[in-house]
Design a binder for this molecule. Structure first.
Ligand code: DAH
Length: 341
C-alpha cells in the first residue's frame, strides 16, 4: 500500500513539476511545501514507516529516499533554469545602447580648478611635490615664522579673519612653507596650493581666494634659478611668446624680493582693457628666502638657500579667460561656467 502511494506521489508530483513554466515559477515553492513541508505528503507517507513490519522497512525506506531525491532534483533543476532565464531577461532589459547620441550636459573643471591643474602639472613636470596645509592656521605659521612679528607693518596688507588672538584663517599659502621647512630636510622642491582669506572685496578681490606657493631649498640657490623657473612657468602657462618683467619689491620672508609681470596674453603687450592699456599684468610675488626664515624653521642658512614664489589662482584664471569680475567664479551661474569650458 505504502509503496504504491509513494510511486503514485512520485509520478503525480513529477508531472506537476513538469507543468510549471517560467511565468508561474513561484509555484515551485508551493510544491516544495506541499511535498516536503511539516504536513507535506511525503512527510506524511514517511511517518507510515512506523507501522510496517521490520523486514519491509529497508525497502520502503530506500524508496522514500529515492522519491525525495528524484523530486528535489527535479525542482532544483527547474529553479536553476528559471534563474538563468531571469538573468538573461534582466541583461536584455538593462542593455545600454552605446551608440545612442549623448546629451550635451557634460561637466568641466571650474576655471580656478583648471588653472590649478595646469600649474600643478607644469610644476610636477619640473620635479616639485605637492603639499597641502590647514586653512585654519596659527598666527605663528601665517606670520611669525615668516619673519612678520606682531606689529610688523606688512601685516596690514593681509588683514584677515581672526578666530582668537592666535588662530586665524590663513591669509597666504606661505604658511605652508613654514610648516614644511620644519619637517623637511633640504634639498626639496614643493608647491602648496589652497584657499586663502582676506578682508578684501571688490571686482578683483574676494574674501576667499586661491593661491599656489612654490618653495625650493638647496645649496647654491641664486636669483638666476628663480628667474629661470618663473620664466618657464609663465611661458608654459600663457604661451611661449610671453615676455616677463621682474621688479624689486618687499616681502618680510624674502630678501631680495621681486614682483613679476607678464605681457598681457590678450593683446600681447600692445595695451587693451584687460591690462588697462599698459601691456603688462602684475602676477606674482617671489624672492630669495630670507635667511632669518630658514633659521626660524631650523634650516642651516650658512649651508642652504631657497627661493619662493606665490601666485593668485583667481587672478590667473581671470587673465586667462578675460574675466573682469572675480565674483563670477563664486556665483555658480551655469551660463557663465558653460562659457569657461
Ligand atoms: N604670500 C605673498 C602674498 O600673499 C606672496 C608671496 C610673495 C609668496 C613672495 C612668496 C614669496 O612665497 O616669496 O602676497
Amino acid at each position: 500500500m505504502l509503496i504504491e502511494d509513494l510511486n503514485k506521489l512520485k509520478e503525480d508530483i513529477g508531472k506537476e513539476i513538469d507543468k510549471v513554466n517560467y511565468h508561474i515559477r513561484k509555484t515551485l515553492a508551493d510544491i516544495r511545501v506541499k511535498v516536503f513541508g511539516k504536513s507535506g505528503s511525503l512527510t506524511a507517507l514517511s511517518k507510515g514507516m512506523r507501522d510496517l513490519p521490520n523486514e519491509e522497512k529497508p525497502k520502503v525506506g530506500a524508496l522514500i529516499n529515492e522519491v525525495r531525491s528524484f523530486l528535489e532534483e527535479k525542482i532544483s533543476n527547474k529553479e536553476k533554469a528559471f534563474e538563468e532565464q531571469e538573468l538573461v531577461e534582466k541583461l536584455e532589459k538593462e542593455k545600454i545602447d552605446i551608440t545612442e547620441p549623448s546629451n550635451d550636459k557634460v561637466g568641466a573643471p571650474h576655471p580656478i580648478s583648471a588653472v590649478l591643474d595646469k600649474l600643478t602639472d607644469i610644476c610636477v613636470s619640473l620635479g616639485f611635490s605637492v603639499v597641502e596645509g590647514p586653512e585654519i592656521e596659527t598666527d605663528y605659521y601665517n606670520f611669525e615664522a615668516l619673519n612678520t612679528p606682531k606689529n610688523h607693518p606688512a601685516r596690514d596688507m593681509q588683514d584677515t579673519f581672526f578666530i582668537n588672538e592666535n588662530i586665524l584663517v590663513r591669509s597666504q599659502t606661505s604658511a605652508v612653507q613654514a610648516r614644511e621647512m620644519e619637517v623637511r630636510k633640504p634639498p626639496f622642491k614643493i608647491i602648496c596650493p589652497g584657499k586663502t582669506y582676506r578682508n578684501d572685496s571688490d571686482s578683483t578681490h574676494s574674501p576667499v581666494f586661491h593661491q599656489i606657493e612654490g618653495l625650493v631649498v638647496d645649496e647654491n640657490i641664486s636669483m638666476a634659478d628663480l628667474k629661470t623657473m618663473l620664466t618657464i612657468l609663465m611661458k608654459r602657462l600663457f604661451g611661449e611668446d610671453t615676455t616677463i618683467r621682474f621688479r624689486p619689491s618687499f616681502f618680510p620672508f624674502t630678501e631680495p624680493s621681486i614682483e613679476v609681470d607678464v605681457s598681457c596674453p590678450n593683446c600681447h603687450g600692445k595695451g587693451c582693457q584687460t591690462c588697462k592699456g599698459t601691456g603688462m599684468l602684475e602676477l606674482l610675488g617671489a624672492g630669495i628666502v630670507n635667511p632669518k626664515v630658514l633659521e626660524i624653521s631650523g634650516i642651516d642658512s650658512k649651508k642652504y638657500r631657497g627661493f619662493a614664489f606665490g601666485l593668485g589662482l583667481d587672478r590667473t584664471a581671470m587673465i586667462l579667460n578675460s574675466i573682469n569680475n572675480i565674483r563670477n567664479f563664486y556665483r555658480n551661474d551655469i551660463r557663465f561656467l558653460n562659457q569657461m569650458k
